[in-house]
Design a protein around this ligand. Structure first.
Ligand code: SF4
Ligand code: SF4
Length: 475
């Protein structure tokens, strides 16, 4: 179950994804409708478009700083509460799309990974297609404390999750579609099984499976999945596509993909958990860009007091200083309201707890010391690039040492270098795959007008067709 929130305004950052910011296509005073594109990537840039999830007037376009430090242009829209939407945002009927058309629709819908770094989904699909992966993995594990938004997405829209995954698996040419879920999520597992049963005849070329995982945190990161499913320890920079012939997507991202493919809905809303460690818990379907303060107004049972409001989960999230001007972005799955428990900062007592809990088998205290002394090369040799920023080491440290930010940002820099070098070294064909320029601008019908480029047509194979599927769902 979730509550629907209609905020008084939305603040839409042009950068909510991995890549460069989109460029606003509207100006102050313009009227926009639900589903309308308000920001597009510059030609040739690694980016995704941005859409409005409400109707109303643009009241401001200026730079804002997100809690993660990113400075980005943002478009503010005042809600007229009319929910006027673009005519093109309606279910398709009896459609057929080739694989490259399907990926094009996903690109134009502005979809990026909703469970992690926000990597543009179309780019990831194209890479998986180039690598010819065998397994299409759907991450339904959501193990972060207090987060249940993915589980609600599965419970409420299991057909959409399974159809999105099936369509994308077919688009990349995978032969198996595998859902990863915690063993104690019986309700969601049953919902997935029922949906698979319903649609499997339409996807006869796909083999379906559900793999059960132990409930623990962290769980769904691709390197942990590679270890658990394929017994492979990926080195930093090694991809699951190349090493395991698999690609991993979040289940809410699959739901968004099917909304785009089947209903022409761009990425303009998402389910967010709003939870507190003292009391209360909600899941809310909100337009992207909704200020955090409006979520909290609708969650009065959560005791805020002098606690922390965290953008993300309580272990790895970032404290919010100004909830009124901090928006929900495409990758925000949870807002946590938690007590302040500050452990006095004392020197390391070498208890070893941080090493014991590290899922990547690192020695966080050793790495932290090396980084403090500016010994980046040594820290890298010690495995610092393997850090997945789970926050566990900081959480368990009895000396109150916040180890994670330094180690995680060092690992993050490495990951940026890796992805950029991947782009620099990629073939001309792969570079075209990263050209995220959408096929529309402004108020034109956004997704309906999509058509294959000549290059795409050459790549399409006749067996990569997404089947029609009719259903009803409130937009
Ligand atoms: S948990 Fe804290 S005190 Fe213990 S070894 Fe790690 S850094 Fe040192
Ligand atoms: S945040 Fe700490 S515990 Fe988690 S992977 Fe990084 S070093 Fe290990």
């Amino acid at each position: 179950m979730f509550e629907r929130i209609y905020p008084t305004k939305i603040i839409l950052p042009m950068k909510m994804h991995y890549g460069v910011p989109a460029v606003p296509t509207v100006k102050v005073g313009d009227y926009v409708r639900m589903g309308q594109c308000v920001g597009v990537p510059e030609k040739g840039s690694f980016s995704v478009p941005v859409h409005s999830g409400i109707s109303g007037k643009v009241t401001d376009i200026s730079d804002i700083r997100l809690p993660n430090g990113i400075l980005t242009p943002a478009v503010t829209i005042k809600n007229d509460m009319k929910r006027a939407r673009l005519d093109s945002v309606r279910p398709r009927s009896g459609f057929k799309l080739s694989a490259s058309e399907a990926i094009g629709v996903i690109r134009d819908a502005g979809i990026c990974g909703m469970g992690g770094e926000g990597i543009p989904t179309a780019a990831k699909l194209r890479r998986a297609r180039t690598e010819i992966v065998k397994d299409f993995l759907v991450n339904c594990l959501q193990s972060e404390p207090y987060s249940t938004s993915d589980l609600v997405a599965i419970t409420e829209y299991p057909d959409y999750v399974v159809l999105g995954a099936s369509a994308c698996a077919r688009a990349v040419g995978a032969s198996r579609c595998i859902f990863l879920i915690s063993e104690n999520r019986r309700e969601q597992r049953k919902a997935l099984m029922n949906s698979i049963e319903k649609i499997k005849d339409d996807f006869k070329d796909l083999e379906y499976d559900i793999k059960l995982f132990r409930e623990r945190f962290p769980q769904g990161y691709y390197r942990l999945v590679a270890r658990a499913l394929y017994g492979k320890n990926l080195a930093a920079g090694e991809t699951i596509e190349k090493s395991c012939s698999a690609v991993l997507f979040n289940c809410s991202t699959m739901l968004a993909c099917w909304e785009a493919l089947s209903d022409n809905i761009p990425m303009m809303s998402r389910i967010v958990s709003v939870t507190g460690d003292a009391s209360g818990g909600h899941n809310m379907l909100v337009p992207i860009g909704t200020p955090v303060s409006e979520l909290l107004t609708n969650a009065q049972d959560i005791k805020n007091g002098s606690g922390r409001i965290v953008w993300g989960n309580c272990l790895t999230g970032i404290d919010i200083i100004d909830p009124e001007n901090t928006p929900i972005v495409k990758t925000t799955s949870v807002i946590s309201v938690v007590r302040k428990t500050e452990v006095p900062r004392t020197p390391c007592i070498h208890c070893g707890l941080c090493s014991e809990c590290c899922p990547m088998n690192l020695s966080p205290n050793t790495i932290y010391e090396m980084l403090n002394q500016g010994l980046g090369q040594k820290a890298a040799e010690e495995g610092a690039r393997d850090c997945i920023a789970c926050g566990s080491c900081s959480y368990v440290c009895p000396s109150g040492i916040n180890l994670t930010p330094a180690i995680a940002s060092f690992a993050g820099e490495g990951r940026i270098i890796e992805i950029n070098s991947l782009l620099d070294n990629s073939s001309a064909e792969e570079k075209t795959a990263y050209d995220m320029q959408p096929s529309y601008v402004g108020e034109a019908s956004l997704l309906e007008d999509y058509s294959d480029t000549e290059e795409d047509k050459k790549q399409s194979s006749p067996d990569s067709i997404v089947l029609p599927f009719e259903k009803d769902k409130e937009v």
